[in-house]
Write a protein that binds this ligand. Structure first.
Ligand code: PA5
Length: 462
């Protein structure tokens, strides 16, 4: 398999060969000339991004280097672990929820929440409450009684109605059941820092009133880029994830993404392929289809990152441009039986990100049973691992024969190190794509408007 030149065996690999015109034809794939043409634009954008990183405009690049923040989440996790809570409940939405959900699905044992405390090695169950469905929230409050639960309310703005309403319900339940003094042992706040230039977070007066442990989300880090801040890292530490390995994974990818040269930078290569296929070949949708259950919620996290960062009405000069690829999440092999019919034979308007895990943690052999059914001989004695690899290969080849462009990403194994590389690469890719589309990657005016209207409808100041 072809890879970008800078990778080592522990690194994830990016292969764009199936999105090239040689694989899928010039109407649907990129020619070497088209790629080369982009090099000056990429280099120029790289210089702008490097300068803005140096100036501190975007903080996401350097979150993994923040030793003080990592130390403080580890210390707090140790402190709260001593209470032996059964449950950790995250209250948050969008960028405040999707990162930890992706980490949990990828790195905790499958069915973690259904295991006994002993099987969970004493770790709490995780519930990420990212909606205001009263039935679900009520049910969570029953399943997670306040005395056995640590809540982590996460909101950068500190004013998101969905999250604050959840918090109010939790505070009332804690006060009623355990008394106001107990709140500091059951509620942790993650929000923007206090400061003269910082917008006012409504979580500050709450934290002050009850003496709550509070984590800062740096002002220059947007919600969807915050997974490596305390937003993702405190719950991750509570769940026993290997934060050091995540920092190392980010560092490894940061190094690979330091180059301005398109062909040597996996994030830039992916950004350019997506940008060219969208703007020149009509691939207005981007499907992310991992072939591993553990990566299912990475596709969900990426969906928000790509949509909210790039879906913009105006460009940086104020012109109405209405850009942005529509991200779609899928799962292999499951969605072969749900989506692939459309993907192969429907409109050729999509690029496919097929994510592969080379070695699963375990192997599962298909037993040599049902021997009376001769037709099952091809499965007997093989492994599920081999079947998954064959299904993936089948989809890759089927998409190719229908002239559908694919970018393939391979993780050697699914662990904290490789996952951090993947997330970090997708963040850098999004930053580069934003420059290519010439939009503000880091704002979300379309979301803010809806928030304001909802507040007004509820009788707030809008
Ligand atoms: O990425 C973003 O900025 C958004 O999705 C936010 O994370 C989301 O709207 C929640 O905002 P807040 O963290 O301020 O409650």
């Amino acid at each position: 398999m072809k890879t970008d030149k800078t990778s080592s065996p522990a690194d994830i690999k990016v292969d764009i060969s199936r999105s090239k015109s040689a694989a899928v034809g010039s109407d649907h794939g990129i020619s070497p000339g088209e790629l080369r043409e982009m090099e000056p634009a990429v280099l120029a954008a790289h210089k702008v991004l490097r300068r803005e990183r140096r100036e501190g405009t975007y903080g996401f690049y350097d979150l993994y280097k923040d030793k003080a923040a990592f130390k403080s989440v580890k210390q707090a996790a140790e402190h709260f672990a001593a209470f032996k809570y059964d449950n950790l409940v995250v209250l948050g939405i969008g960028g405040s929820a999707l990162g930890i959900t992706a980490l949990h699905t990828a790195l905790s044992e499958p069915y973690h929440n259904l295991m006994t405390r002993r099987r969970r090695k004493g770790l709490p169950r995780l519930f990420v409450m990212d909606n205001i469905d009263p039935d679900t929230f009520r049910a969570m409050m029953r399943v997670c009684p306040p005395e056995k639960t640590l809540y982590n309310v996460i909101s950068k703005s500190g004013g998101t109605a969905e999250t604050i309403s959840q918090l109010m319900i939790v505070v009332a339940a804690l006060e009623k059941k355990l008394g106001a003094k107990a709140l500091k042992d059951h509620l942790v706040v993650t929000t923007s820092p206090k400061g003269k230039n910082a917008p006012k977070s409504l979580l500050h007066p709450v934290a002050d009133a009850y003496g709550l442990h509070t984590f800062d989300i740096p002002l220059n880090v947007g919600g969807r880029f915050s997974v490596f801040s305390p937003v993702g890292m405190f719950p991750a530490a509570m769940l026993g994830m290997d934060l050091d390995a995540m920092q190392a994974g980010c560092a490894a990818m940061d190094k690979r993404c330091a180059k301005g040269s398109l062909m040597e930078n996996p994030a830039y290569l992916r950004a350019v392929v997506h940008y060219l296929l969208d703007t020149r070949k009509g691939k207005t949708m981007s499907v992310m289809m991992p072939y591993a259950d553990g990566l299912r919620d990475v596709a969900d996290w990426y969906r928000q990152l790509w949509a909210e960062s790039l879906g913009k009405r105006n460009d940086l000069d104020g012109n109405a441009v209405f850009v942005g690829q529509t991200p779609i999440k899928a799962l292999g092999a499951t969605d072969q039986h749900s989506q692939v019919q459309l993907y192969r034979e429907g409109p050729n308007n999509k690029i496919f990100n097929i994510i592969e895990v080379r070695r699963f943690s375990r192997s599962l052999r298909i037993p040599e049973v049902l021997t009376s059914v001769r037709e099952l001989g091809y499965l007997r004695g093989k492994t599920m691992n081999k079947l998954m690899a064959a299904e993936l290969r089948g989809t890759l080849d089927a998409l190719k024969s229908s002239a559908r462009p694919v970018v393939r990403v391979t993780l050697p194994r699914l662990n904290a190190h490789s996952l951090a590389q993947l997330l970090y690469m997708l963040e850098v890719e999004t930053a580069m794509a934003g420059r290519l589309y010439h939009v503000n990657t880091f704002d979300q005016p379309g979301v803010e408007e809806g928030k304001r209207i909802a507040r007004r409808l509820m009788g707030g100041d809008g």
